[in-house]
Design a protein around this ligand. Structure first.
Ligand code: SIN
Length: 293
């Protein structure tokens, strides 16, 4: 019998899994219990883990295929760790960043929705964290989709949105990014999760630029209302990191953001991701039916 104990983190999203030592390979039964908890709770947390990169890789491989970094420009420290690894860090050595996403707050987004086949899971392990701030916020995109006003559901049912990201800026896209330069892709707004069959809202303030087929003003105004809905407290859990935390989140049904933190304190997290399938439109009731009425 598996020793894993599942404890809910908040009403919005998330569960902590206790009683599992990630230095050891997972037996099949424990791996399946963890996978089901991940589907049920969208993000899962393991605390007080003291794991190497190889042990983190072995954990991740239970749930899918490790993704290669989506772009060139890895730092020297990242290249030494291999093609799957991103360091999220504000640490600078000899004036150079050792990792990515170094400073300050970040707006809600999922990982790589601007690719044709984005990343389904992110597995982030905390090594050094500031004494305050730097929480990662997670919003439950199933609950966000379910609770949208009916008229909004009707307006976006069956539509796609353009996802884009400019790696060089924290700015949000407002039709101002050069699409010949930056990666972008159109994906369904209501996305069907391939494992749970549930519907999630697949947009985010940092990476969604346009609802395809709507006039620009209407698209912008509708997106703003979706982003506001996504930020509501009742859908969000703020994770205050401790060294030794390992979090795995599902990019198909959550978005995440980051709170600001003191720039003079070190922050270092090690990130792996898993490949996703091509996102599928939620074409079945209630949304298709609702749209037809
Ligand atoms: C990210 O993956 O967007 C960064 C999360 C964080 O630094 O807390």
């Amino acid at each position: 019998m598996s020793s894993a104990e599942i404890v809910q983190l908040s009403d919005a999203i998330g569960a902590e899994i206790r009683g599992v030592d990630l230095r050891q390979p997972l037996d099949d039964q424990t791996a399946r219990v963890i996978e089901q908890a991940w589907y049920d709770h969208v993000i899962i947390l393991f605390r007080d883990q003291d794991i190497t990169l190889e042990q983190q890789r072995a954990f991740a491989a239970n749930f899918g295929e490790l993704a290669k970094r989506q772009r060139t420009g890895a730092t020297e420290a990242e290249r030494e760790l291999g093609e799957n690894v991103m360091l999220i860090s504000n640490i600078r050595e000899n004036g150079k960043q050792i990792g990515k996403l170094p400073d300050g707050e970040m707006m809600f987004h999922s990982d790589t929705p601007y690719m044709e086949n984005p990343q389904k899971a992110t597995i982030l392990y905390a090594i050094e964290v500031p004494t305050k701030g730097g929480e990662t916020l997670f919003s439950n995109s199933y609950k966000v989709a379910e609770t949208l006003p009916e008229d909004v559901k009707h307006r976006i049912a069956g539509r796609k949105a353009l996802q884009i990201y400019d790696y060089n800026t924290d700015d949000v896209p407002t039709g101002n990014f050069d699409r010949s330069k930056h990666p972008h892709f159109e994906h369904p707004i209501f996305r069907k999760h391939p494992e749970t069959g549930r519907t999630s809202l697949y947009v985010s303030e940092l990476m969604t630029d346009e609802i395809i087929g709507l006039p620009e003003d209407e698209s912008r105004q509708l997106l703003q209302s979706l982003f506001e809905h996504q930020r509501r407290d009742e859908f969000v859990y703020a994770h205050a990191w401790r060294p030794g935390d390992l979090l795995m989140w599902d990019n198909r049904c959550s978005v995440h953001a980051r709170n600001d933190f003191p720039g003079d304190q070190r922050r270092l997290l090690r990130r792996l991701t898993l490949y996703d399938e091509h996102p599928v439109m939620m074409g079945e009731p209630p949304y298709r039916e609702a749209a037809a009425q």
